[in-house]
Design a protein around this ligand. Structure first.
Ligand code: HEM
Ligand code: HEM
Length: 143
């Protein structure tokens, strides 16, 4: 079957769900969603689908303010370049698996821009020691 482009909100939701299917199980970033954010997927998917519907389909269903929750996560867990890189690898792979076309390309390029911008804004902010891959996070206590 030929892959088609992202056409409507249902496509955005399908993409977002498929992405989280990977992200939540990922050894490098899964713990951030599961253990740190304790993400309620059913509540979260509509918000992220609205974000992509706004970026890709001009829907204006997303109100903005995407950066802030990531600043909160960064303060708790330390979002590093490697986390953003993995996020992007999973996102690009999911987009390419399901869709092909101009909007699919835009989904990948816009994610890259947002990831860069988020990472750049987070870097100077304080955060705990880096969580180790594999779901272990090292917390320095005392002294
Ligand atoms: C139709 C075109 C576009 C739409 C609808 C769109 C939409 C959005 C939305 C909704 C956000 C999240 C903003 C927030 O939550 O505060 C965002 C973030 C961002 N967009 Fe776009 N965008 C578009 C085009 C572009 C282009 C052409 C670029 C760069 C050349 C770009 C670069 C960025 C960056 C860097 C961020 C992250 C900003 C930050 O630090 O918070 N976008 N975009
Ligand atoms: C290491 C990378 C990332 C991690 C671990 C991460 C994790 C999360 C988590 C846990 C939330 C939910 C926060 C909450 O509501 O408590 C969230 C929200 C969100 N993320 Fe990310 N994210 C990452 C990168 C990105 C990138 C690159 C984008 C954009 C392309 C993005 C777009 C969004 C949006 C739009 C929201 C919804 C914010 C809102 O509630 O309006 N994230 N993210």
């Amino acid at each position: 079957m030929t892959r088609r482009d992202i056409e409507d909100r249902a496509d955005c939701e399908r993409l977002v769900r498929a992405f989280y299917g990977r992200a939540l199980e990922d050894p490098l970033i899964g713990w951030i969603f599961v253990d740190v954010a304790k993400l309620d997927l059913e509540a979260h998917v509509p918000t992220i689908a609205s974000f992509w519907e706004t970026v890709l389909l001009g829907a204006r269903s997303y109100a903005g303010g995407a950066f802030r929750p990531h600043a909160v996560l960064h303060a708790k867990a330390g979002l590093r370049a490697a986390h953003f890189e993995r996020w992007l690898v999973l996102w690009r792979a999911t987009v390419d698996e399901l869709f092909a076309g101009e909007r699919a390309e835009l989904a990948k390029s816009h994610a890259t821009r947002v990831a860069r911008a988020f990472h750049g804004r987070l870097q100077p902010l304080p955060s705990p020691a880096q969580g180790a891959p594999g779901g272990l996070s090292i917390t320095l206590r005392g002294s």
